[in-house]
Design a protein around this ligand. Structure first.
Ligand code: ATP
Ligand code: MG
Length: 877
């Protein structure tokens, strides 16, 4: 083995990387959140993602060079976890970036220097790859660095060409691989062979722009984007067989093994995989929750849920009984807290969320595993789409899990069938998604050509503007006529675009002879898209316009937005300082605030919260809105919004002494402008997440007017004063109850009366009498009373009655006198037997029993059968 290697801990590797590039004038920046700013991406998948707007030219960077250690999640590698030595869902990517500054030659030289001088890798252990057409990179490696030609491999577009999207910035890459077995020679180097090679560093040379036709034109400002997998470098330097045995993960694996009472080193392959999956996923889960994600059935919430469930299941596979995830999470938190302190500050939230999910899932799992075993027994070759869907839909058993368990049994799941079932279920909601996708993708295509929109709306309600891009019917067009639904991109705008929960402004764009009514504004990577309809005239690209927002709407949004901040502050003050935001909506007519809290907020607390917010409003607190570096804002204690990704410089909304939040939204200048605040409801929306809906400002009046109208109408109708309504309703309810009781008694009496007439139909068999009959739509209870009464009257014999109390429901009763029992007939067995004919079953005591069925049309047949049976038995001596 390569004994010259010097052991470095994971933390040391991270520090050495960052320090190396800091010495080369790179700004060290903190890792961005796992929740990216880019709304088209679910999770941060690479170190470059936070810089995407800079690479796209939509945002200026403060720095020409930067270096980061970025938390990443790649769910597409989930199947590789534990199976390859090098893949994780969660990993850290160390990167150095150049924004139009140094380029290929320098990046290669530093990459090599870092690998060989700082990390001490020997050049005979290194192999590099370049893009097949990138002669420049090839030459640099060979001539400037001195790598022998046999150890420079040309690779195709799949591996070594990288692009931000189908169009836009792109370029060739060059990867550095570690060779564990240089003694095998340079003749047959195959970089795909992962028993010999591991890719640890990828350098991307962003040098072209790709247009819609696929043509590449050189970029004026060339960029460098790189990524080195921290866990992979640790594997190399710590000389362990895989990433999981490095000091970054091994302690977690050890904790899990201890809980299971096993030893990692002694375990078989399958057990090791499970331990690795737990070690990997728990890190992902800890960081996701720390970054504000909560488990749910959609988007990133679903990814989180899926990862937690896999941890739980693999725990079961290695024999862990009961709950264990919080213990392994603690071990992951301890490993990460130095580099990412938020995992410690959020530790309680992390463990609570885990515990809740785990407990819920354990219940599902027990139930689902049983059902699945039944299904497997029934169809041992394939699980049908329908079965998989029922497991998912009715029992909450995720498809992936069904697939995984099926895989363990060596059978397949009909995924297409599952999806068809799903589609039937989703039905119409699908149409809506498609329209959104259409504009999103056309926007993606445009994105590379447009500059970010300048937003002037914090201070100006109306500004001049020019049409930069026009979209109608999902197509980019030069002009559009009156009546068209359009999306308009302007050079600058006063319109607020939906973000941070606040919805987009409404208003008008007007020109010499054109008017566009704007109903919504969204933004993507700094480009504002105004959604509207041309009311009059023709709109052209290039048209000069006046863009003007609807001020009344804006005032409403502001009142609701500031009220949301006050609400959060009041919740923290009155209920629990640990409450954190899980989502919000600020509309013109209402606000909604979702937050993490394991229990409902009591009515008493709600009242206090409402009173607190209203007194802050009355105290007329002035807003200090300031732009400052994020570090300063955090140091001051500003609260960050969930799901938001912040730049280096942030906007802080401070109502001194009351609330301080990072927020890009629009706000009142003074809390007094809100006027009044009213809570409308408090509900749970998923486990551990509560929602408060409220209204503020002008919206309160709308809300009260609607309520008032209902109350007036009711008091008119009941002819009582509004405050007497509750009493009136209570009285009505009890009247109704009495009436219902009476009705039931009457019904029973009616049945009895009807049944009396059946006496005349009693049939004599020897000295026995039997009555077998169907009586109307009688409820089971009344039917039973009728049967007992009839039996009393006939004395010695049998009564069998049937009814159809509601469509597709059959009720049966059999009442036998003791002499019938002596003949060997039991009412319970007897009625059960005849109920089978109606597709049902039942039973009871020997002398009185009831049964039910579904098939009403079979009832006459069933009764006929009963009659024949009784006759046959009773006519025997
Ligand atoms: P591989 O081919 O091994 O999956 P990749 O080509 O997908 O790697 P890149 O997208 O180039 O990797 O990412 C840059 C670096 O990040 C890689 O060189 C590697 O060190 C690291 N990396 C990528 N994916 C993972 C992962 N799933 N787990 C751990 N590290 C990873
Ligand atoms: Mg990969």
């Amino acid at each position: 083995m390569a004994s010259h290697l010097q052991y470095l801990s994971g933390n040391d590797i991270r520090t050495k990387f960052l320090e190396f590039y800091a010495q080369k004038q790179h700004q060290i920046l903190p890792s961005a959140s796992l929740v990216p700013e880019d709304p088209t991406v679910l999770l941060t998948i690479a170190g470059m993602l936070p810089f995407k707007p800079i690479f796209l030219g939509q945002r200026q960077s403060e720095y020409k060079r930067a270096t980061t250690s970025q938390k990443c999640i790649r769910t597409n590698d989930i199947e590789n976890v534990g199976r390859t030595a090098r893949h994780h869902t969660f990993f850290e990517m160390l990167g150095n970036f150049s924004f139009g500054d140094y380029f290929k030659q320098q990046a290669i030289a530093w990459g090599w220097e870092l690998s060989t001088q700082v990390f001490g890798l020997k050049s005979e252990n290194l192999v590099v790859s370049v893009f097949e057409d990138d002669d420049e990179a090839y030459a640099i490696w060979r001539d400037k660095i001195g790598v022998v030609e046999e150890r420079i491999k040309r690779m195709g577009e799949d591996d070594n060409f990288w692009a931000l999207g189908p169009t836009g910035p792109c370029g060739p890459c060059s990867e550095i691989y570690y060779d564990f077995h240089p003694e095998r020679g340079d003749e047959n180097i195959d970089l795909e062979d992962d028993t010999r090679f591991i890719e640890f560093y990828n350098l991307v040379f962003m040098q072209y722009n790709r247009d819609v036709e696929g043509n590449l034109t050189p970029l004026q400002n060339k960029n460098i984007d790189t990524g080195m997998g921290l866990e992979r470098m640790a594997q190399i330097l710590q000389q362990v067989p895989n990433n999981y045995e490095t000091d970054l993960i091994a302690p977690i694996v050890k904790t899990a093994a201890q809980i299971a009472g096993i030893d990692y080193a002694q375990s078989d392959e399958q057990t090791k995989i499970s331990l690795k999956v737990i070690g990997d996923h728990i890190r992902a889960v800890v960081h996701m929750i720390a970054d504000g994600i909560t488990a749910s059935n959609v988007g990133r919430g679903y990814i989180l849920r899926r990862l937690i469930r896999r941890v739980v299941r693999h725990g079961r596979l290695i024999g862990i009984q009961g709950e264990f995830t919080t213990k392994v999470a603690e071990s992951a938190i301890a490993l990460s807290e130095d580099a990412y302190p938020n995992v410690r500050t959020k530790a309680t939230a992390i463990k609570n969320e885990l515990q809740r999910e785990e407990a819920n899932f354990l219940k599902t799992l027990t139930k689902g595993e049983k059902l699945l075993a039944d299904i497997l027994a029934k169809s041992p070759t394939e699980i049908s789409g329908k079965d998989a869907f029922i497991l998912y839909d009715t029992h909450g058993f995720p498809l992936e899990l069904t697939q995984e368990i099926a895989l363990e049994h060596g059978i397949k799941v009909d995924v297409q069938g599952f999806e068809e079932e799903m589609e039937i279920q989703i039905g119409t909601s699908k149409g809506a998604h498609e329209t959104i996708d259409l504009t999103a993708s056309s926007l993606n295509q445009l994105a590379s050509g447009i500059n970010a929109t300048q937003f002037l709306g914090y201070t100006q309600p109306s500004t001049p503007a020019q049409v930069m891009t026009l979209i109608a019917n999902g197509q980019q067009v030069e002009s559009a006529e009156a009546g068209s639904e359009v999306q308009v991109v302007l050079d600058q705008t006063p319109f607020y675009a939906e973000s941070g929960g606040q919805i987009g402004d409404r208003g008008y764009l007007s020109g010499d002879s054109v008017v566009v009514a704007i109903s919504d504004v969204k933004q993507q990577s700094g480009i504002y898209i105004h959604y509207g309809r041309i009311e009059r005239g023709t709109l052209h690209v290039g048209d000069p316009l006046t863009a003007q927002i609807d001020r009344a709407c804006r005032l409403r949004a502001q009142a609701n937005h500031t009220a949301t901040h006050l609400l959060q502050a009041a919740l923290k003050k009155i209920v629990d300082p640990a409450i954190s935001q899980a989502g919000s909506l600020v509309a013109f007519d209402r606000l909604r605030f979702d937050f993490n809290c394991p229990r409902p907020i009591t009515p008493d607390e709600l009242q206090q919260i409402e009173a607190q917010v209203n007194s802050w409003i009355a105290e007329a607190h002035h807003a200090d809105i300031e732009i400052m570096p994020i570090a300063e804002a955090k140091a001051k204690g500003a609260i960050a919004m969930f799901g938001e990704k912040y730049g280096d410089v942030v906007r802080v909304i401070d109502f001194p002494g009351v609330s301080m939040e990072l927020c890009g939204g629009t706000h009142v200048r003074n809390t007094a402008e809100i006027g009044v605040f009213k809570i409308v409801s408090e509900t749970g929306i998923s486990s551990g997440v509560r929602r408060i809906e409220a209204v503020a400002g002008a919206a309160v009046l709308d809300y009260l007017n609607v309520r008032d109208k209902v109350v007036r109408e009711l008091s008119d109708r009941f002819k009582v004063k509004p405050e007497e309504l509750p009493m009136r309703v209570t009285a009505l309810q009890s009247e109704l109850k009495t009436a219902q009781k009476q009705l039931e008694t009457l019904k029973a009496e009616l049945t009895l009366h009807k049944s009396e007439t059946l006496l005349t139909e009693a049939q004599s068999i020897g000295d026995y009498k039997i009555i077998v009959a169907q009586i109307g739509e009688v409820e089971p209870d009344s039917l039973k009373i009728a049967a007992e009464r009839l039996l009393q009257k006939i004395g010695k014999g049998a009564v069998v009655l049937g009814s159809v109390p509601e469509p597709d429901k059959v009720s049966l009763v059999a009442a036998f006198s003791p002499d019938i029992n002596k003949k060997g007939l039991q009412a319970g067995k007897f009625v059960g037997e005849i109920a089978k004919i109606c597709g049902g079953g039942g039973g009871g005591r020997p002398n009185l029993a009831q049964a039910g069925g579904k098939n009403a049309s079979k009832l006459p047949e069933a009764l006929e059968y009963a009659r024949t049976q009784l006759k046959a038995t009773l006519s025997q001596p």
